[in-house]
Design a protein around this ligand. Structure first.
Ligand SMILES: [Zn+2]
Length: 432
């Protein structure tokens, strides 16, 4: 009897302890703070005579430590760091840590760089996970994903992921829609604060296929805090004042985000939108957002496209139609339409495409160049591609390549050409 009552007390004690632990764990909002790069991976960097060498890995760590300090002072938060020192955790280590700790939010901080010639490019942008459709527009994705190959574990993780397989695309889209809305919310709050509190230029929210965003089972954002090759940004990013402002703005956004989730009802660990909705079923058709039709041909980086990524240009009857993004999920489509309108395309509309539909009349081809002068027969393009067709219309030379019956075939060939360095091609619909 004595033994029994003793063990009963012991069980009661452990039961009480367990309740306490669960109660405590529920109240804390867990945030994983990820300082980009580190150790051998310096990230992006520039040397200035007065600032010295400004390195991404140092700036991201300083900002993250300042942000962590603010969060840790508040008892509502539990903070987990992917690194607190100058070391390099692999990208899979970062995401595994985040997933194992069942975090509520993942914040990754980085520093941007633009091509060497454009030192005028400045400002902040925040990335959320997006569809992987148009490879050329993924400059940031490439820069951030390249570091994957520093580490053997990453190589293995990445090998199992084939972005070309339709299964992984569907899985990706479903996973993404689950956390998309909450990621969009925290991302918008961060960018709003950069713009309103710190008076910085916000380039807005963008979607990209980034490893640290894709592999996380929680709302996740990647914040590009400024451009290292822009002098003003670089001096702001390397100053104590700049780093403190950035950390405070992110902290304030987290507070607002947490309040918004609480208003959303009870459980703060997941937003209601993600919890109550049944898993979204893909639609039969693909949807693209038509931004505008214009006789002008714009490259992906042209300001006319207002910084939107994943642009598909299609030429029909001499007009260029610019489509943004593609998805077969209604929630993502609606969100894409909102993004387009927010970017300034007030008349944007969503257009439905039947996958792999064969054209009844005519065909698709790729317009690879338009020029006032005849291209030299030694040009890279004419040497690389066989059977390029040349037309002269109103004094201009139009070069086209290939004949396709479905849009998908044309898109695939366009990607192949991009890999060969032939960029800014346009899919043309020929009616004859
Ligand atoms: Zn980076």
């Amino acid at each position: 009897m004595i033994t029994y009552s003793f063990s009963f007390k012991k069980y009661f004690f452990f039961f009480f302890l367990l309740l306490f632990a669960i109660g405590g764990a529920q109240k804390k909002f867990t945030i994983v703070l990820d300082a980009g790069h580190g150790g051998n991976d310096i990230g992006t960097n520039r040397r200035y005579s007065d600032l010295g060498t400004v390195r991404e890995k140092d700036i991201t760590l300083s900002i993250i430590l300042k942000l962590g300090n603010l969060l840790e002072k508040n008892k509502d938060y539990k903070v987990i760091y992917t690194r607190k020192y100058d070391e390099y955790p692999s990208l899979s280590e970062r995401t595994t840590l985040a997933n194992r700790s069942k975090a509520d939010l993942f914040l990754s901080v980085h520093v941007n760089a633009s091509p060497a010639s454009s030192t005028g490019t400045n400002g902040t942008e925040t990335y959320i996970q997006g569809p992987n459709q148009n490879r050329t527009n993924l400059e940031v994705a490439k820069a951030e994903n390249d570091v994957i190959y520093l580490d053997e574990k990453d190589r293995q993780m990445f090998a199992s992921y084939d972005p070309k397989s339709p299964e992984s695309l569907i899985a990706l889209k479903i996973q993404q829609s689950k956390y998309l809305e909450s990621s969009l919310l925290i991302g918008s709050l961060v960018e709003e604060n950069f713009s309103n509190r710190d008076k910085r230029y916000s380039r807005g929210i963008k979607q990209a296929d980034l490893h640290v965003l894709r592999m996380n089972a929680m709302p996740s954002i990647l914040i590009e805090t400024g451009f290292v090759n822009n002098y003003d940004d670089a001096s702001y990013l390397s100053s104590d004042k700049g780093q403190r402002e950035i950390a405070e703005s992110i902290y304030d956004a987290v507070q607002k985000y947490k309040k918004a989730l609480e208003r959303n009802g009870g459980d703060i660990s997941q937003p209601k939108i993600a919890d109550n909705k049944p898993e979204e079923k893909p639609l039969k058709n693909d949807f693209r957002i038509l931004l505008m039709s214009s006789p002008m041909k714009y490259a992906g980086s042209d300001p006319a496209l207002k910084g939107l990524n994943y642009i598909l240009t299609m030429k029909e009857n001499g007009m260029y139609k610019y489509y943004y993004s593609t998805t077969n999920l209604a929630s993502v489509r609606d969100n894409n339409l909102k993004n387009a309108k927010d970017a300034g395309f007030k008349n944007a509309t969503s257009i439905s495409f039947i996958p792999n539909q064969k054209l009844g009349i005519g065909y698709y081809t790729l317009e690879i160049a338009v020029s006032d002068q005849k291209l030299s027969s030694n040009s890279y393009m004419l040497n690389t591609l066989k059977d390029v067709k040349r037309d002269k219309i109103n004094g201009k030379f139009y070069y086209t390549y290939g004949r396709f019956t479905t849009l998908e075939e044309a898109v695939n060939t366009q990607k192949e050409l991009e890999e060969k360095g032939i960029k800014n091609t346009v899919i043309e619909k020929v009616f004859k």
